[in-house]
Design a protein around this ligand. Structure first.
Ligand SMILES: *[C@@H]1O[C@H](CO)[C@@H](O)[C@H](O)[C@H]1NC(C)=O
Length: 413
């Protein structure tokens, strides 16, 4: 029976299964509209029929490949000419360091009139920007969680712009207060992330919308793949970015009639201000150990918390220090005649989303666990439990074999 089926048939079946599996997953996640779905299923049936008419497998695969290439080429096409930057005003938040610092310099050099908000007007980042940028740059002191500071920045911006509108708002300011298992994370961690990443961005966006509508401008928001995918130990940060993503995607629909275009940028891991601040993470770690209840610390073990911190540090150490993929993407979103809804910036993000969207959960979960924080230690209580189970089973096995008993006990220690 098995001999009736040739190798190409199994390859074909495998490919088909992946496609159908992808469709099923998308239906379940309600990401796909009806039309592409029908087209997809239609194509699958067509391929199946062609197969039934004994088309050689190699030819069929070639045809499929060719169709994919044509489709990709038709979608990309030659890039349309970018809009001029000259005379366009852009406000960008969180410019003390990281993406903000790099983007302000880039936009200023391109000829934009840049309004840059910083937390600390007398800090190194602000002074460096003031020194290295043109006279078009306006620095504004804003903590985006403080509504009156946001209002003040709006008034200052309006005064400077006069009757003109604002072409771009780049929502860049964001924080990751701390990281770790949900049970081991303080509530202040969740509140801190929500306050800045969600409520702060919402407050800035709402305040500047009248100016953006006036210019039929653009909103560009730096989010994170952690807002779409369950990265281990990043629940607080990820949940705030997930809330942000939904807000921004809803705004995108609502602002379409106004001619305001809305894009989200999803960067891979980059060395930005806070992530490379070792002293900050050490302090957070010490505070966490002090705030955890003795029972929790007993169950998880201090070494478990320490391992998480060390893994995060080594991950942050491997992050890209060249921020240009993100600054390039921000420029593209500001100046492309047709900005995309979503941009992936940096190596690996596209692949990450492909695996998240099309692979079964067993694979995508494993991918996240191994890619990000590859934890080796189990929580302490579980380690003791499994030691206990192991002891028990060895003991049972060794009942018939008393000579080995001592050896086995030795190994376990
Ligand atoms: C800002 O970016 C420049 C590179 O353009 C870098 O040398 C500098 O350290 C950055 N400043 C801060 C405060 O991040």
């Amino acid at each position: 029976m098995m001999d009736d089926y040739t190798l190409p048939f199994w390859i074909y079946l495998g490919v088909l299964t992946v496609f159908v599996g992808g469709v099923m997953k998308r239906i379940l996640a309600s990401h796909l509209g009806a039309a592409p779905l029908v087209a997809w299923l239609g194509a699958t049936v067509l391929v199946e029929r062609l197969w039934a008419f004994c088309l050689p497998a190699v030819l069929l695969l070639l045809l499929l490949g060719l169709a994919c290439c044509l489709y990709a080429a038709a979608r990309t096409g030659p890039p349309p000419a970018a809009l001029p930057a000259h005379g366009k005003a852009v406000l960008i938040t969180g410019c003390d360091s990281g993406f903000g610092n790099a983007t302000v310099k880039r936009l200023d050099a391109l000829g934009f009139e840049v309004f840059a908000t910083v937390l600390d007007m007398s800090g190194g980042g602000a002074r460096e920007l003031q020194r290295s940028c043109s006279a078009r740059l306006t620095l504004l002191q804003v903590d985006i969680t403080q509504p009156q500071q946001v209002q003040q920045a709006l008034m200052d911006t309006k005064t400077k712009l006069g009757p003109r509108g604002l072409w771009g708002l780049v929502n860049n300011a964001g924080v990751c207060v701390n990281f770790g298992d949900v049970e081991l994370s303080l509530m202040s961690n969740f509140h801190g992330c929500m306050d800045v990443n969600f409520f702060g961005t919402l407050s800035v966006t709402k305040s500047f919308l009248p100016l953006l509508r006036q210019a039929k401008g653009r909103i560009i928001t730096i989010s994170s793949p952690a807002g779409d995918q369950p990265f281990p130990c990043l629940a607080a940060y990820g949940a705030s970015k997930a809330a942000l993503n939904l807000l921004i995607n809803t705004l995108r629909h609502e602002l379409e009639p106004w001619g305001v275009q809305v894009s989200t940028i999803l960067p891979s891991s980059f060395k930005t201000g806070q992530s490379s601040n070792q002293a900050y993470w050490e302090l957070q770690y010490k505070q966490l150990l002090q705030s955890l209840s003795p029972e929790l610390l007993e169950d998880y073990g201090e070494d478990y918390v320490t391992e998480t911190k060390e893994l995060f540090q080594s991950y942050a150490g491997q992050a890209n220090s060249d921020l240009s993929p993100v600054t390039d993407t921000i420029v593209q979103a500001l100046l492309s005649p047709k900005p995309q809804v979503r941009y992936f910036a940096g190596p690996g993000v596209g692949l990450m989303y492909f695996i998240h969207s099309y692979c079964p959960f067993s694979i995508s979960n494993r991918f996240l666990q191994n890619l990000f924080l590859k934890k080796k230690l189990m929580p302490r209580a579980l380690r003791m439990q499994s030691d206990f189970d192991l002891n028990l089973s060895l003991h049972n096995n060794n009942n018939n074999n008393n000579n080995d008993d001592n050896n086995e006990e030795e190994k376990l220690k």
